[in-house]
Design a protein around this ligand. Structure first.
Ligand code: NAI
Ligand code: F6P
Length: 400
């Protein structure tokens, strides 16, 4: 690697970091420095020349070798020093929404060091499954900056929101040559708010990234279609005893619910709000159903359903489209089945699932549904969810 090569720092050397964002930055010409708390992964990244990204599509066998990467432990001083490097151009994250607060402080220290070193502008993009996650990260960063640093950051650092879509489940180590290898689907979409970006010399063109001034439409389309359908497939699949998403969507009953939720309910609302072309949106939904059906991904329902309280947050993938559909007077029966199934996700290894089940046991399902969804007890939508919950509970939980 030449010393003058432009650098990117990516927080989170996990599935999406190694399987999507890192490779895309490398292909754009950056040397990528992964920053992670996992010291073993960081050591492997520094010890190995490269790792493989395996494309796991049904009709495609492809292996891409990713080199020109290194790692730093994100809690060490090394990461702060990297921020002061003249070659640093972009900082990205894929650590999980709940970790953004923690790395906010590290990024603030890094930006302070960059200002002290009199280095130039920079862009920061958080790639998490959450609406406007970079704005959230920016707030955490600002919590740790002095007034002078804040002024410098406002003038020199672009915080751009984005939408990020590629299914990258944990990869079975038995199937790979090295523990760093990842298995991904061929499809990917990374859409970034172009108006929030700072101009940074020498302006590397990010390859494979779509820049837009209409990010809200892309974010809602992705979260309320791909993530919504995924979550419904996961929760209904879990109830019916399926292990993976492809098994769940091959079940005719589940497939019908997911498809109707996406096309007739969430999709109908999205098409009204964002004026998406009907034909293009239909293709988008069909492509998503095909992606879910990919047996080579072996994507477990418990991974896709992870953290049900986050997924049941207002504005997230289940309640977001439901509220939007209700605003347009559209049906929500299938979305409500997905929501009801989320309340039955009693997966013992998931902390949020355990917490949710404890609340239901203690406070009763009527109250918990009302508190979490915001739909009033006695109201129509609350009733639809409760009815679906009762039906699913009786059918799959075999309790009276
Ligand atoms: N896996 C996927 O298909 C997709 C995931 N996402 C989003 O990307 C984010 C990451 O997801 P995954 O890659 O699946 O998770 P993951 O668990 O595979 O990776 C997260 C990584 O963050 C690291 N980490 C945790 N705390 C950290 C800290 N304080 N500093 C630095 N690194 C830290 C972990 O050690 C881990 O390597 C989530 O927000 C997820 O919603 C978005 C689109 C696709
Ligand atoms: O990563 P989260 O938000 O827990 O949700 C799982 C979702 O993330 C993805 O891994 C990537 O979008 C999807 O496969 C799935 O809908």
């Amino acid at each position: 690697m030449s010393d003058k090569r432009q650098k990117a720092i990516h927080f989170g050397a996990g599935n999406i970091g190694r399987g999507f964002i890192g490779p895309l930055l490398v292909n754009s010409g950056y040397h990528v420095i992964f920053a992670d708390v996992n010291e073993q992964v960081i050591k492997q990244l520094n010890d190995q020349d490269s790792y493989n990204v395996l494309i796991l599509d049904e009709d495609e066998e492809q292996i891409n070798s990713i080199s020109d990467v290194s790692g730093v432990v994100s809690t060490s001083d090394d990461i702060v020093k990297e921020f002061a490097s003249p070659e640093l151009d972009i900082v990205t994250t894929a650590v999980g929404p709940s970790i953004l607060e923690k790395i906010g402080q590290t990024i603030a220290q890094g930006l302070h060091a960059r200002r002290e070193a009199k280095q130039g502008p920079l862009n920061i993009i958080a790639c998490e499954n959450m609406i406007n996650q970079t704005s959230t990260l920016r707030n955490y960063v600002f919590d740790h900056l002095s007034d002078d640093d804040k002024q410098w950051v406002k003038e020199n650092v672009g915080f751009a929101n984005c939408s990020v879509d590629r299914i990258v489940p944990p990869y079975d180590p038995k199937d790979s040559d090295t523990p760093l290898d990842v298995g991904v689907e061929g499809f990917y979409e990374w859409v970034v708010d172009k108006d929030a970006l700072q101009r940074t010399p020498p302006n590397i063109q990010l390859k494979g990234v779509k820049l837009t001034s209409e990010l809200d439409a892309y974010i809602e389309r992705k979260l309320f279609t791909l993530n919504c359908g995924h979550a419904i497939s996961a929760y209904l699949g879990f109830l019916k005893g399926y292990k993976t998403i492809d098994q769940a969507v091959r079940d005719e009953e589940i497939r019908a619910v997911v498809h109707a939720a996406l096309w007739d309910e969430a999709g109908a609302a999205l098409r009204r709000k964002h004026k998406f072309d009907e034909g293009e949106y239909r293709e988008y939904v069909e492509k998503i159903m095909e992606r879910f059906s990919n047996p080579r991904l072996k994507d477990e329902v418990t991974r896709v359903g992870r953290e049900p309280l986050r997924k049941l947050a207002k504005g997230d993938r289940l309640l977001g489209p439901t509220t939007m559909a209700l605003e347009y007077g559209l049906p929500t029966d299938n979305l409500s089945k997905g929501i009801a199934a989320a309340f039955l996700f009693d997966y013992e290894e998931d902390k949020q699932a355990v917490e949710l089940q404890k609340r239901v046991e203690k406070e009763g399902i009527e109250k918990v549904v009302a508190d979490i969804t915001g739909f009033e007890q006695g109201g129509k939508e609350h009733g639809t969810i409760l009815e679906a919950h009762e039906e699913l509970r009786k059918k799959y939980k075999q309790k009276n």
